[in-house]
Ligand binder design. Structure first.
Ligand code: ZN
Length: 702
């Protein structure tokens, strides 16, 4: 690994930040980002850094300050505010205590911040306070963990890194690790760094560069050592290709996702779901296919801070003999029940009397390994599942490295695992972000139109993951780009022609590959055709029929099959129209085909209720646009309607506004809210129609 330090770049940070934050913190920010740029050093808020400096308060007193990374901040993007300033002389005196529990420790941090607006600092803050060096860098580098997580790890560390480093056994992160580190340093102050067994690396220096480059130097030595020792390869009899894994994933993921959902006991919202994302790289597939795969992979995480993301152990599932959905369901159900039984036995072994400081609320696995299919990474939303995936990828890499050098993997022992998993200070990192549709996946057809884009945005605002679908082209791409900017990672664009069953099946597959399944299907794609019956061209009529009727049928069939497989109910919302109840002259093709689609949705509500699926309709009156996005339907029929009524565009929109009881202009946001009413399951309702029309007595559903 090469040092990325550049004096020029460092000076740019000083120029940008030093005036407000001081030179020390400006350089701290720069060097922290350098560490953050290397995924093999830190991942997702892992690692932490600090600098000791002086600040001047209002009374012109000089105060010794420790600026230490706030908990959960990502080093790759850290700003000066990402380091919390604390009263260093107070923190240093905490060393004299015999004990300090997590709550007291965090209270001491919060009452000794130098800025009351700054955030909770890292759990490892006291290490940074107790070690005397000015700059300190701490990371969980892959190559260091490949040495520390083996039975004779300490000897390997010495052999690989030489005697420039101290080696410390495993200590619980927090007060005990800080005290142990300080004692080790006092005993032998001449070294440039310290390796914590089954945890990571700490380096220090008088300058930001010195400390950063000590990390790079030690990590490079570890890498070179591992490369020299990697003399073996994994033993494989079969080799799954990523294509085969993808096809297996598409069949199995919805079943797995359904069985991972937890029953809530709530009659209207009976499931707490997960988002499931795959890890199907050749490296992962090889590891799972190999002889040593299971014994290597079903072991504890690399470090304690991975526990809250991937649990104490992954779940391993051997594929059933019969490759059908029934056999898979039984196999997965059994594996999950064994997993929770084993966890309960593990908890029994380590539970101590007295109140626990925190509880691991959700005890289902976060990482599920299936040979021939890949690794499934679960989380309450795509962010959590994505963190689990990145940690899993790093974990596999380290474990495979150990196998290649002929070593044995050794993670944290059971009692430490139990203790860390139940620490409130760790659980707190998972809190927040509880939006109603946080774990839901929706597909919206015709999303590039005015109503479709409004519905997609409305769902995203409630936390949903949304597959926006439409015919391939610029309209779809630009919508996806716009929404992705606001809702990163929760939007995927899927080209879809609703008239083709193959295209509908492929769309479901690509959403399953992205998030593991679907919970809400919004059938919104539709086309309009104007003209009297006398002049109706039957070819044009059939086109309307194919999109509006067959398109609806294809989505309903696909949804029915998928929801049955997944087994956690689901919702369908059809964007119907007021024309179903009050058709208009010259609008026969549209009114008749939409009436047929409306009737299909009502049938679906009858057929799918037994699977916990609700099917409802929203019936808007004219929606002309959504922001700059014009309605495709009104682009089509608008000119004809304007001619028929002798109106211009503005006049036509006014005409529609004035014809309803409330004199309301109907917008895409209104339609989105109606969809959300059903999607969030406010009432036990299915087969119903909600008009969104400002009140049109002749179009009231009956
Ligand atoms: Zn750490």
């Amino acid at each position: 690994m090469k040092s990325r330090w550049s004096d020029q770049e460092a000076e740019r940070f000083v120029a940008r930040y030093a005036r407000r934050w001081g030179r020390d913190l400006a350089l701290r920010t720069y060097a922290s980002r350098l560490l953050g740029r290397e995924p093999s050093l830190v991942l997702h808020g892992g690692g932490n850094t600090s600098v000791k400096t002086q600040i001047t308060n209002l009374l012109q007193d000089r105060i010794s300050a420790l600026m230490v990374k706030a908990s959960g901040h990502d080093l790759a993007r850290i700003e000066p505010e990402g380091h919390t300033g604390l009263d260093l002389s107070h923190l240093v005196r905490l060393q004299n205590l015999e004990q300090l529990d997590d709550r007291q420790m965090v209270d001491e941090f919060m009452t000794h911040r130098l800025d009351p607006r700054s955030q909770v600092p890292s759990i490892e803050t006291l290490v940074h306070a107790f070690l005397p060096a000015k700059f300190i860098d701490h990371c969980h580098a892959d190559s260091i963990l490949a040495l520390t997580n083996q039975p004779h790890g300490a000897a390997l560390v010495q052999e690989a890194l030489g005697d420039g480093v101290l080696v410390l056994d495993y200590f619980e992160p927090g007060f005990s690790l800080a005290k142990a580190s300080a004692a080790a340093f006092r005993h032998d102050p001449g070294r440039t760094g310290m390796v914590w067994m089954r945890h990571g690396l700490v380096t220090w220096g008088q300058t930001a560069r010195e400390s950063y480059e000590a990390t790079i130097d030690l990590v490079s030595r570890a890498e070179a050592f591992l490369a020299r020792k990697a003399t073996r390869s994994l033993s494989l009899e079969v080799r799954t290709s990523p294509e085969a894994a993808r096809s297996g994933w598409n069949r199995v993921a919805p079943i797995l996702r359904g069985l991972l959902a937890r029953p809530t006991g709530h009659p209207d919202r009976p499931w707490e779901r997960v988002v499931l994302i795959p890890l199907l790289s050749q490296g992962t597939l090889d590891l799972l296919d190999s002889h040593e795969g299971r014994s290597l992979a079903v072991t504890p995480p690399l470090t304690a801070d991975h526990l809250i993301r991937i649990r104490n152990l992954p779940l391993w599932i051997e594929p059933p003999e019969n490759d059908d959905s029934h056999a898979w369901k039984e196999r997965i159900r059994k594996a999950l029940s064994d997993y929770s039984e084993e966890y309960e036995a593990f908890a029994q072994r380590h539970r101590r009397p007295g109140p626990e400081t925190g509880s691991a609320a959700d005890l289902s696995p976060r990482l599920i390994l299936i040979p021939g299919i890949g690794a499934a990474c679960a989380g309450r939303d795509v962010k959590a599942a994505g963190i689990a995936r990145d940690i899993a990828r790093q974990t596999f890499m380290v474990k495979a490295r150990i196998a290649r050098m002929g070593g044995t993997y050794q993670g944290l022992d059971e009692s430490h695992l139990y203790l860390m998993e139940h620490r409130g200070i760790q659980q707190a990192k998972l809190a927040g972000g509880e939006k109603p549709l946080r774990s839901h996946v929706a597909v919206v057809t015709g999303a590039a139109g005015a109503i479709g884009s409004g519905i997609s945005r409305g769902l995203l605002e409630e936390g949903c993951h949304v597959a926006v679908t439409d015919l391939p082209g610029d309209r779809l791409e630009s919508l996806a780009a716009e929404l992705n900017g606001r809702f990163p990672n929760r939007v995927t664009a899927v080209p879809l022609d609703v008239t083709s069953t193959r295209s509908v099946a492929a769309a479901f597959d690509s959403i399953i590959l992205e998030w593991g399944g679907v919970d809400l299907v919004v059938i919104n794609a539709g086309i309009a055709l104007t003209g009297s019956l006398a002049e109706m061209d039957s070819g044009e009529f059939r086109k309307s029929e194919r999109v509006n009727v067959e398109g609806t049928l294809h989505l309903l069939s696909g949804a029915a099959r998928h929801f049955r497989l997944q087994g956690t109910g689901g919702d369908v919302v059809l964007v119907s129209t007021k024309n179903v109840f009050a058709p208009g002259a010259g609008f026969g093709a549209y009114s008749a085909t939409k009436a047929a689609s409306h009737q299909l949705a009502r049938i679906a509500s009858l057929e799918l209720a037994e699977f916990g699926v609700r099917v409802n309709m929203v019936a808007p009156d004219a929606v002309f646009s959504d922001g700059a996005r014009r309605s495709g339907l009104w682009e089509q029929v608008g000119p004809d309607r304007m001619r028929a009524r002798g109106l211009d565009q503005e006049g036509l929109e006014e005409y529609y506004r004035k014809r309803n009881l409330l004199q309301a202009r109907v917008t895409a946001d209104h339609v989105a809210r109606a969809v959300l009413f059903f999607a969030s399951r406010q009432t036990p309702t299915t087969g119903a129609t909600l008009p969104v029309d400002g009140g049109l007595p002749d179009a009231t559903p009956r």
